[in-house]
Design a binder for this molecule. Sequence first.
Ligand code: IDP
Ligand code: MG
Length: 149
Amino acid sequence: MGRYAGAVSEQVQRTLVLVKPDGVARGVTGEVLRRVESKGYRVIALELRRATPDLLAHHYAEHQGKPFYQPLVDFMLSGPLVALVAEGHRVIEGFRSLAGATDPTAAAPGTVRGDLGRDWGSAVQQNIVHGSDSPESAAREIGLWFPAL
Ligand code: IDP
Ligand code: MG
């Protein structure tokens, strides 16, 4: 059942997941949550909220200066999103695998982005979810979105 605890050699990880404004607007928050939970990860924090310019400047600092940066920020401010923290062994890699490739047109069927996302002709790829890409990113992003954790 995946709960055998006799020889655990790795640290339990946490990752930040965002159901982006397109995902909330299209009503697929529950579907994303279902996939996270069905995979066996534990949701340890969950909140419907709006991003702010300051929060996004920190969250997407690595993308500042890129042509899609301002469209990305505007998109992330365009409506409510759902922020959550999921926990489990290798959850950072595991959620990235569930999410699929960044470009929803190219993302494999079976993934969140491949099944639920598409190109809408906008300057930024609207791709339903965000997931932290490394332990360092996860720690930084969870600190930004859920400072109490
Ligand atoms: P990721 O979300 O798969 O980690 P990143 O490279 O971190 O992808 O980019 C952050 C977000 O910026 C993406 O999820 C997507 O919404 C958008 N984005 C990334 N690359 C492009 C691009 O080349 N054109 C338009 N939008 C992009
Ligand atoms: Mg990224």
